[in-house]
Design a protein around this ligand. Structure first.
Ligand code: PLP
Length: 399
């Protein structure tokens, strides 16, 4: 899964280009930077690799989500529908805009259930945010239809699905806006970083300014820029962008390795009649960074997890149901509105209601789900070894 596994001379070369000039900032200093514009180059590479019309780099994936929401005009009191299985960054971004996260059930795609989304729509709903978890995608046709019917935004959190596609289009480029994260454990990394992708010039121009204190970036002199609206500093640095530039050139190779390793591992798990696999709305479009699989019951799943642990091969296998970061069950800080600063009454009310809201449908899926992260460094021999060992341990545990 993560690009850091293949960090090497290419990354060092790009970073050294920046270190040679010492211009670590992405804007201005036109003379001394001697034609080195890593952030701009990476934005261009992102547009061409993923088929997005525009790309705005940010300092993180969380900042990218925040920026996208600001550019779409999502703020105080607006409701954003998102899945109960995601990374905490998704709701952090919503809360930071003053908006209200509305968490709903997932289905076997491991992200938003369109049925659950439909029933959560209110007059205050402004946005639906599918999170393409673990390398694969949401049922985008169904979600898009809901958004069109209700005239609300579709914002794709594609932070975990770099390189995945849906019906021929890159994940993150299908909604009104979409985001990637380039943090250290993502498919390609900048160390820290993220991007907002959009096909709307308006959303792009707003994102560009928002990430840099509202600067309009129209003049040649940064000091003379106008500030048409308020912004923040969510800029990426040239050093981070340089790493990303080396990484994006390797992405197609990463994806090919992921696919191969994933399919080999799957061929072993497929031999266990009790195992089924995550529903992938467009199987052609899986990025293959994870293999997510289900056992028939929670008890059997826990048995398998324990067996993998005993055999010392649990690393890289995620039982999200018991994990503190990715599933609502363990988000006590969210459910108790444990914020350092006052949240709005509307936000607090919505968060408190999560304490009484049961996620039976999601529990029934997550309690039986194991996601196996696919490493880029496994040799074919190692994947086969892993597969065989997995198979033996699982069959033994289910006996
Ligand atoms: C990683 C991630 C983010 C946030 O990215 P950061 O760059 O770490 O801020 C957001 N959403 C999901 C689903 C992620 O996995």
């Amino acid at each position: 899964m993560p690009g850091f596994e293949f960090f090497g001379d290419e990354e060092r070369k790009e970073v050294n280009d920046v270190l040679e000039t010492g211009i670590l900032m992405r804007y201005g200093f036109d003379g001394p930077r001697k034609g080195i514009w890593k952030s701009k180059e990476l934005e261009k590479a992102i547009c061409s690799q993923f088929g997005s019309t525009y790309a705005q780099l940010t300092s993180s994936g969380t900042a990218a989500l925040t920026t996208a929401m600001a550019a779409l005009g999502i703020g105080a009191g607006d409701e954003v529908i998102m899945p109960a299985f995601t990374f905490v960054a998704s709701f952090e971004a919503v809360l930071s805009m003053g908006a209200v996260p509305v968490l709903v059930d997932i289905d076997e795609t491991l992200t938003l259930s369109p049925v659950a989304v439909k029933s959560a729509i209110t007059p205050k709903t402004k946005c639906v945010m599918p999170v393409h978890m673990c390398g694969s995608m949401a049922d985008l046709d169904a979600l898009k239809a809901i958004c069109e019917e209700h005239k609300i935004f579709l914002l794709e959190d594609a932070c975990q699905s770099i390189g995945g596609t849906y019906k021929g289009k890159s994940l993150g480029t299908i909604g009104h806006a979409g985001t990637f994260s380039f943090d250290f454990v993502k498919t390609i990394t900048c160390g820290e970083g993220g991007v907002v992708m959009t096909n709307s010039e308006d959303v792009y121009i707003k994102s560009d300014a928002f990430t840099d204190h509202g600067h309009d970036h129209l003049g040649v002199d940064r000091g003379a820029d106008l500030h048409p609206f308020l912004g923040y500093n969510f800029r990426i640095s040239e050093l981070h962008a340089a790493v990303g530039l080396a990484q994006i050139k390797k992405l197609n190779r990463f994806l090919a390795i992921q696919k191969k390793n994933n399919q080999i591992l799957r061929s072993y798990l497929s031999q266990v009649p009790e195992i089924s696999f995550r529903v992938v709305p467009d199987p052609e479009g899986d990025s293959y960074s994870f293999l997510s699989w289900f056992l028939p019951t929670q008890v059997q799943t826990e048995k398998v997890i324990n067996a993998l642990k005993e055999e010392g091969i649990l690393a890289g296998n995620f039982y999200w149901f018991a994990n503190n970061w990715h599933y609502i069950r363990k988000w006590d800080h969210l459910k108790t509105s444990n914020s350092l600063y006052p949240l709005s009454e509307l936000q607090q009310k919505a968060l408190t209601s999560l304490q009484h809201n049961s996620f039976v449908a999601s529990d029934a899926i997550m309690s039986r789900c194991i996601s196996t992260a696919i490493s880029l460094t496994w040799t074919e021999e190692q994947v086969n070894e892993k597969g065989a060992k997995f198979l033996a341990v699982i069959q033994q545990a289910l006996r």
